[in-house]
Design a protein around this ligand. Structure first.
Ligand SMILES: C[S@@+](CC[C@H](N)C(=O)[O-])C[C@H]1O[C@@H](n2cnc3c(N)ncnc32)[C@H](O)[C@@H]1O
Length: 402
């Protein structure tokens, strides 16, 4: 049946096309051009000839499903997970890892050019030392049981906002999480009558074991520094690359030669505390009160007396900083939504010596970068880190100075 809202131009519903893929978007979709018209085909790789089936036409592009790979790319590999292509978690298991990070670099470069209108080289992506079994946190979910029975326990299905895929094992998760997943799934099913609603199950692997309660204390070691945080709070979840990632951000911050550091969106203090011995004072700001309590505690357990943390919206920080912008570096690591405009306007008025902007969402980072550019900041360096092999996600560190 043709969906009611289907627009039948330029292709018919479920029309099949043989197309050559020539690009890979930062959403992980192959891109083909049919007489100049763009067709997005997930799970198809650049260079491949594929048969695809149209399911939606937009104003200036179409979406299609992959039907068959007619001429595979030499970079195509066999995805180890039987759920690859069905589970929404991974986009790149079918692409050889060195090519994944090469494409991620190009994607950042293209976003810079098209969204921020800045032509600037992007450094080669720093690879994750582990390409599978790296994730230290997973949160499988199940919907409200029907007639007392729990359905799929797992992650979102590809291309949906609500449907779940049943996931018994997740190859990007650390092995101890998969062991726990088996136990937790069995327990949930054994007690399914007890669940009146759906639930999200937390599993966090830390130095002190696998934690499943949001308020349990997780311990992580990042380089020389020990961190404690609540298992349910934010913490970067690829511990294998973390010391290098944080080390890079700290090096960029300290290279400015300023005495003071502001760590905005600081969580439990990861960047500020890691950098503290290079600065006279570190001031962090973070919305989550529990994370701020942990940040203060983390400074203390690492013997640091030059850090203080404020539980507030990031834009409040500039009232609290007694130092001049010219003596201060600001690290920013906002959530996926990026920085608020109020925060950025205050940051620009503060006029820091350098900004190290870390982001897990290049789209909002580029949006914010336009404002930095307008405010007279110059982009000095763009260094992506692959914290999330097999997926479309990455962390990008931008160094900006006036
Ligand atoms: C990507 S995390 C980074 C945390 C920390 N830098 C780290 O790497 O562990 C973003 C953090 O921003 C916090 N946050 C979200 N909105 C905020 C706001 N408006 N002001 C301050 N912090 C906020 C979240 O609670 C979260 O801890």
């Amino acid at each position: 049946m043709v969906p009611r809202k289907f627009v039948a131009h330029p292709f018919a519903y479920h029309q099949e096309l043989d197309v050559r893929i020539d690009n890979l978007t930062n959403e992980g979709s192959g891109v083909a051009r049919v007489d100049g018209w763009v067709v997005f085909v997930p799970f198809a790789l650049p260079g491949e000839l594929v048969r695809c089936r149209i399911y939606r036409n937009h104003k200036n592009y179409s979406n299609a499903d992959l039907v068959e790979v007619l001429e595979p790319s030499s970079e195509r590999v066999t995805a180890p997970c039987p759920l690859f292509g069905t589970c929404g978690g991974c986009q790149y298991q079918h692409l050889d890892y060195p090519k994944q990070i090469e494409w991620k670099r190009r994607q950042v470069e293209e976003l810079l050019k098209h969204m921020a209108k800045i032509e600037h080289p992007v450094l080669p992506v720093i690879a994750s030392p582990k390409q599978y079994e790296y994730r230290s946190k997973i949160t499988p979910h199940f919907h409200r049981p029907k007639a007392g029975e729990i359905g799929a326990i797992g992650f979102l299905r590809v291309g949906t906002r609500n449907a779940m895929v049943d996931v018994e094992q997740c190859p990007i998760a650390m092995p101890q999480l998969n062991e726990q997943l088996t136990v937790v799934r069995a327990e949930a099913r054994a007690n399914q009558e007890a669940f009146k609603n759906g639930a999200t199950l937390l599993m966090r692997a830390a130095v002190n074991g696998v934690l499943t309660k949001a308020d349990q204390i997780a311990i992580e070691q990042v380089g020389e520094v020990k961190f404690e945080f609540q298992a349910g709070d934010f913490f970067q979840n690829n511990p294998f690359i973390l010391a290098d990632f944080v080390g890079y951000a700290v090096d960029e911050a300290k290279a400015a030669g300023a005495q003071y550091l502001v760590d905005a969106y600081c969580g439990s203090g990861l960047f500020g505390i890691s950098a503290a011995r290079h600065f006279q004072e570190v001031i962090g700001v973070e919305l989550s009160e529990s994370a701020v309590r942990k940040a203060s505690h983390n400074a203390e357990i690492n013997g640091l007396t030059n850090c203080r943390f404020l539980a507030a919206d990031a834009r409040e920080i500039f009232k609290e900083v007694p130092h001049a912008g010219k003596d201060t570096v600001v690290i920013i690591d906002p959530p996926r939504a990026g920085c608020s405009e109020e925060f950025l306007q205050q940051l620009f008025a503060f006029d820091p010596k350098r900004v190290v902007y870390i982001s897990c969402n290049p789209a909002t980072q580029m949006r914010d970068l336009v404002l930095f550019h307008e405010a007279g900041f110059k982009l000095e360096k763009v260094q992506p880190f692959d914290l999330f092999p097999q997926t479309k996600h990455l962390e990008c560190v931008m160094t900006l100075s006036r």
